[in-house]
Design a protein around this ligand. Sequence first.
Ligand SMILES: Nc1ncnc2c1ncn2[C@@H]1O[C@H](COP(=O)(O)OP(=O)(O)O)[C@@H](O)[C@H]1O
Ligand SMILES: [Mg+2]
Length: 451
Amino acid sequence: MTAFTVTLVLVAAAVGLLRWRRPAWYWLTFGVTLAVVRVLARYGSVMDACGLTVPPARWRLALARATNRPLPEARSPRILRLRPTRTGLVLRLKLRPGQDAFDLAAASDRLRHSFSMYGVTSRELRSGVVEVRMTGYDVLKRVQMPTETDTRPMRVPVALRQDGSVHYRDYRAIPHALTLGATESGKSVYQRNLVAGLAPMDVALVGIDCKQGVELFPLARRFSALADDPDTAAEVLDALVVRMERTYQLIRAQQRIAADVPDAEIAADIWNLPTDMRPVPVVVLVDEVAELALYANKEEEKRRDRIITALVRLAQLGRAAGIYLEICAQRFGSELGKGITMLRAQLTGRTAHRVNDETSANMAFGDIAPDAVLAAIQIPAEKRGLAIAGDSSGGWHRIRAPHTSLRQAVNICNRHADRTPDLPELAPYRPALSGPADAPAQPTEPSPATA
Ligand SMILES: Nc1ncnc2c1ncn2[C@@H]1O[C@H](COP(=O)(O)OP(=O)(O)O)[C@@H](O)[C@H]1O
Ligand SMILES: [Mg+2]
C-alpha cells in the first residue's frame, strides 16, 4: 500500500514538474487527453453558462407539451470535429439558428477560463461554421517551430502565432513589409529568422545594414550584395532600380507575342515567365532605415533623397519584377522627411515589436487596424521578440519568432552559400569573402551594444 502511495506521489510530482518546466512535453503526454475529456464533459454546461445556447425549436416544445413529456433542453452549437494538435485543440462548431460568429468571439475569454485552457480564439470558416482554436499552454514563451511546415516558393515560416499556428512571410502575397520596434525589441532577430528561412530557397538576398554591418555581414556568404554605409546603400538601390527596369524589358519582350496566345500565358510578372528565363527574385533587407533617411548637410540630403526615391520606386514597381522589400525601423513616420509616408503606404505587411509610445504603434497600424495599436503598446518589455503582425485586411495576430542565434543563422547561410546567385547589376557590391567556406570566426551572440 505504501509503495503504491509513494509511486503515485512520485508520478504526480513528475507530471507537475513536466507541466512547469516543459509545458510542450506535458501537453503531448498528458495534457491533451485531459483537455479532450474536460472539454467533452463540460461542453453542455459551459455553453449554457456562457450564454451560447438557444431555446429548443417550437415544434419540440409543442410536441413535449402535447405528449406531456419533460420540456427539451436548450441547444448548444453542435461539435462537428474535435482535433488535438501539437499545442492545443481545434474545435469546429455548427452554429444554431440565431447565433453568430461574434457571439463565440465575445465569449472566448469565458470559454478559456471554463475549459481551463491557456488561450481561445475563434474565426468563421464559412457561414454557420466556426473554428475555435484553443492552446493548452503559452506557446510564445519558448517558441518551437513545428518540424513540418507548409513549404512553398517565397513563403517563409518565420514565427509562431498565439493560437499555435505558423506565421508565414509570403512574399508573393505581401511583397513588401515594415518591421517596427523600439531598440532591443527583437527586430534583428526576426530579420535573421527571415534570412535563415530564405537561405535554402532560390532567391537573391541584398542587405543594407548601416549599423556598421553588425547584423547582416556575418551572414555575407548567402548575400549577393551588401551595403554598410549610406553611400554604398544609395548605389546598391540604384543598381536594383536598373535591374528592375531590365526585368521589365524582359517581361515586355516576352509579351510581344502572336494574337492567338491565350491571356493566361501573357507574362505580367516574373512568375509568369518560363522557368528557364525567369530572373531570380530578390529580397532587399534594410536594418534601421532611419540611418538612410537622416542627414546633416546639403550633400547628405541629396543622397538621402536619392535613397528614398529609389526605395519608393522599388516599392511601387518591384513586385512584378520580383524585388521585395523588408524594412526594419524604430520609427517610420513623417519626421524622417518627405517620401517616408508614401513609402510606408506601399509596405503592406506590418509587424510591430514592443514600441515605447502610441505614435510609433500608429506608424504600423494606425491606418489599418486600430485595435492592433493597443496590442502593440501592451507588449511587455521582458518578452522580447513578441510582436503584432497585421496586414492591410485589418486582421492581426500576436507572433513570436524562435530565438535563432547569430551563430545558427551563420551556419545556415554557410550551408547554403552555393545557392547565392550572382546578380550582374550588383556584382561590385558582392561581399568579398575570406577564408574557407566553414570559416568559424563569427561571434556567437550579438553583444548588447549592437542592438
Ligand atoms: N524571438 C525572440 N525570442 C527570445 N528572445 C529574443 C527574441 N527576439 C529578440 N530576443 C532578445 O532580444 C535581444 C535584442 O533583439 P534584437 O533583435 O537585436 O533587437 P533590435 O534589433 O530590435 O534592437 C536579442 O539579443 C535576444 O536576446
Ligand atoms: Mg537591431
